[in-house]
Design a protein around this ligand. Structure first.
Ligand code: NCD
Length: 307
């Protein structure tokens, strides 16, 4: 097996592992354009039990650019798990017989780890509940490094739904391997869980918590990472209504940023970044999207390499 057996959580990666993935992603920029046949003998299964546009399509694009094949589903209601009550374990024990790698997105925390326990082929977590989204965290780190030239020394605001947003959990843990200052900006009911904050602080980085978007979008910040309020994860929709539309970046806010600051977002956006911000030089979220292809190519290569 390759450098990594599975990719379930950012917690399983060291700084050296993360740097290796980011360096390999940089090498993939050229391969992505020229294409390769390195993984011509590999089949990737994509099991998406939850909605996705970018994650699934960029995994597929990454695999095609490396010469591999893809099969899978993105509509759970077309599967035996969705309609007939098949367990996740049985679905995995079936799919491992069709593919050399499983990429899974599932609404339950811990689902990717369970899938890996039942699978004899590598498993990549493409989003497990509100808990983690490690490949998004890695592409976010790659985006920061590519756009800012470094990660160490930066001040980064993570904004929006820090409670249910899985991307900020993975990105925050990934960033904690570097020498960064983190500002967490969320409505009080959507703050990051104390356990995650403590874990970041234990790694020795400075973590500050604020309650307004204005405090996050300020002149001393290098990277703003805005996120969507995760409507589908609220137990009580009235709680969502209380915070919906409150934590927005407007053009007026963004104009306070330094010219070399960048605004990122894992997407999809609902209304948390006004569309007139898109034309500002700091708005880099659509450039960030492409980095998902090269980062996922790097992950696929490393999973199957003998290094
Ligand atoms: C994110 C997700 O699914 O967690 N999307 C993505 O993968 N780029 C963010 C979100 O849905 O808000």
């Amino acid at each position: 097996m390759g450098k990594f057996k599975n990719l379930i959580s950012i917690h399983d990666l060291s700084r050296e592992d993360i740097d290796l993935i980011l360096d390999t992603a940089a090498k993939m920029e050229d391969v992505a354009v020229k294409r390769s046949t390195d993984l011509h003998d590999k089949i990737m299964a994509v099991l998406f039990f939850e909605a996705s546009t970018r994650t699934r399509l960029s995994f597929e694009s990454a695999m095609h650019r490396l010469g591999g094949s893809v099969l899978g589903f993105s509509d759970v209601m077309s599967t035996s798990a969705g309609v007939k009550g098949e367990t996740l374990a049985d679905t995995i024990r079936t799919v491992e017989r069709y593919a050399d790698l499983i990429v899974i997105r599932h609404p339950l925390d811990g689902s990717a780890r369970v899938a890996a326990e039942f699978s004899s082929v590598p498993v990549i977590n493409a989003g497990s509940g509100a808990e983690e989204h490690p490949t998004q965290g890695l592409l976010d780190l790659y985006s920061i490094k590519k756009m800012k030239g470094k990660i160490d020394g930066l001040t980064i605001s993570l904004c929006g739904d820090l409670k249910y947003g899985r991307t900020v959990h993975s990105l925050g843990m990934g960033l904690s391997h570097y020498n960064v200052k983190i500002r967490l900006a969320a409505p009080p009911s959507l703050r990051m869980k104390p356990a995650v904050v403590d874990e970041m602080k234990k790694k020795g980085i400075s973590v500050e918590q604020v309650d307004s978007i204005e405090e996050a979008v300020s002149e001393d910040v290098d990277v703003i990472y805005q996120t969507r309020i995760q409507k589908e994860r609220f137990g009580d929709i009235r709680e969502y209504d209380k915070v919906a539309g409150q934590f927005k970046i407007t053009k007026k806010d963004a104009e306070k940023l330094r010219k070399d600051a960048i605004i990122l977002h894992p997407l999809p956006r609902v209304d948390e970044i006004d569309s007139d911000v898109d034309s500002l030089p700091q708005a880099r979220y659509f450039d960030q999207v492409y980095n998902g292809v090269v980062t996922r190519m790097a992950i696929l290569k490393l999973l199957f390499s003998d290094a």
